[in-house]
Design a protein. Sequence first.
Length: 332
Amino acid sequence: MQSPSRTAPAAELATSALCPLDEVDTSRPPWPGEFHTISGTEIFVRVTPSTDPAAQPALYVHGLGGASTNFTDLAALLSPYLAAHALDLPGFGRSGPPPGGDYSIAAHARIVIRYLERSGRGAVHLVGNSMGGAVSIEVAAQRPDLVRSLTLISPAVPDLRPHKGGDYLLPFLLLPGVGIRALQRLDRASPERRAKAVIDLCFAHPDRVPANRLAEAAADILARRELSWAHDAMLSSLRGIVRMYLARGPRSAWRLMAGISVPSLVLWGTEDKLVAASNAPRVAATLRDATLLVLPDIGHTAQLEDPVTTARAILGLMARANDGRRPLGVGV
């Protein structure tokens, strides 16, 4: 597929003077949640309520190896405007494994679609990071009636080129028999060391992560060591991403993006070590109605590393998605 000829416009941000988005309470614990049985899988969903009864619904979808806790701070910042849910994809966080062990991007998307259908909240502002971005692309392409707007934060889009700073362990995890042994070997490290390694990979400035957030990540790693499906979820989802990368024709991620017309935002950090930021302009230009924001000196998980700017960008997108009606503080 040829690169799009158009250039996506820059994203509009909510103004800091009017929006109460300047303070991030990093002492806040993860939002509470509950289990839902979706297509035979126990899915855990965290809920961030809004004080505004007119708040619009949102759904956050995490990336490979992540969980719903990846959106704790962003959900808090946006809670005056959005009544948000954040789910743990099958096999991740507190969610159980899917029947048959199908961890493909399409299977993850089916879970998200069925949850949206069952929740009965109408079309949502859908936000996906990394693998969750790929899942969100699939959801928006299949069911635009369930998506009011689409935010993609460093989405996992087809890009098999090696790039500077990348994680060179990931390709080896795909080799038969090697992946399980590699993950078992990583499990010998302390949860704190594992958590720090993940943060080093995903953040441009790992030293800015609060101690309590590092402790939460380590606790999650320790808890997952007791889950028999944890390694399979990681490896099979990684292979699902690669299969999506290799898909051609109507199933190509680029072809799916080209058919998405809901108002969209593409947000990327220049220091992304997992999916190169050079993909950002093409992703934004491929979507029919997208704006682009590239954040300097930010890594793969902008919603964690710079939740304030991420929140302002999402509010700017909401203004477009709401037929020009602006949330408080959007624009000049």
